[in-house]
Design a protein around this ligand. Structure first.
Ligand SMILES: Nc1ncnc2c1ncn2[C@@H]1O[C@H](COP(=O)(O)OP(=O)(O)OP(=O)(O)O)[C@@H](O)[C@H]1O
Ligand SMILES: [Mg+2]
Length: 143
């Protein structure tokens, strides 16, 4: 029998929920993933994506952030979704050091960090619609 487990989170776009989301996803994954380095990588990537949803997606205004997490024998798939302003140019946004908020000490390294710590990342975004980040980490034999 192959293993599959799923969970969903839904929370307000408040900065204090970044730590909650990171720990909740890590804790969910830790049932299946026993190597600490992978769990730490997942925490780092989720933290970047959730921070982006709060800071850029909603720009500090009210909003909801969703996380869908699926884990099986081969990989964990984590979707981080906001319904905020969206990203005008995704290719540009993903480049190292690109930021639209240099004045608040953003370094533009969030996407680069997510790419470095995960095996796959995809970005779907439309201005006015919001953004969905999908993070994938291979586990088990494929890792
Ligand atoms: N969820 C989002 N909604 C709208 N825009 C986003 C979102 N995520 C990222 N962006 C855009 O992509 C840019 C790059 O994101 P990235 O995380 O790489 O850097 P940053 O957030 O600006 O800086 P850092 O993550 O280093 O603090 C952001 O400056 C922002 O313009
Ligand atoms: Mg960022």
């Amino acid at each position: 029998m192959s293993y599959i487990n799923e969970m969903k989170l839904n929370f307000k776009a408040l900065s204090e929920n970044e730590a909650f989301a990171r720990v909740a996803v890590a804790s969910f994954c830790a049932n299946k993933i026993k190597d600490i380095e992978s769990i730490s990588d997942i925490k780092t990537a989720v933290s970047e994506a959730v921070t982006n949803a709060i800071v850029h997606g909603y720009e500090g205004k009210n909003g909801d952030v969703e996380i869908n997490c699926t884990i099986n024998d081969e990989k964990v798939i984590i979707e981080i979704i906001d319904y905020g302003v969206g990203i005008a140019d995704i290719d540009k946004a993903r480049q190292p050091f690109f930021t639209t908020k240099p004045e608040v000490e953003r370094s533009g390294m969030g996407f680069t960090v997510m790419e470095g710590f995960m095996d796959e990342i995809s970005v779907i975004s439309n201005p006015e619609d919001g953004t969905k980040i999908t993070l994938i980490k291979l586990i088990g034999k494929g890792a």
